[in-house]
Design a protein around this ligand. Sequence first.
Ligand SMILES: [Mg+2]
Length: 192
Amino acid sequence: MIPQAIFLDRDGTINFDYGYLGDASKVEILDGVIDGMLKLKEKFPGIIFIVISNQAGIARGLITMEQVRNVNSRIERLLSEKGITVSKFYHCPFHPEFSSEEDSKCRKPSPEMLFEAAGDFNLNLEKTYFIGDRHTDIESGLNAGTKTILLKSEIYPDEAEILNKKNAAPDYIANNFLEAADFIIGEANGGN
Ligand SMILES: [Mg+2]
């Protein structure tokens, strides 16, 4: 399968997860992300990258929308310096404890942001992957019908087990982003 798009969680997938990151100067791109994205771009020239992020720190009053946008801009710039384009950042700023149920519907594990992106970019979600470090990323992808890759995380080591208890599983569990990219390329080559 030639993927049309790769959906990426943001914190803990692209950049180090400090928790409610509001300071753009602290953005630190994780090992393997640049190399993995470049590899995917080289293998699949038409592929697009889309960021799908929960940012409930906004609803919690811990960070502002402007800070989230500044962090996004910095990520965008650090990647574009390496020749990688992020087509769009989607983020859900709400949380059911602080926002209405209706507003909070965008929050992963809901597939809503993925559906929105699929509409915006005319994507067949079966031809996309969602890469993330949390069980909610994988559930969101499964709910939308994407392929899913869980990145192992030192901060959240129990995600595969949490999914297992829900009888859910990602298509692949990768040690890092580069391994995730290699899995996607392997699938396109008919391997795995
Ligand atoms: Mg994350």
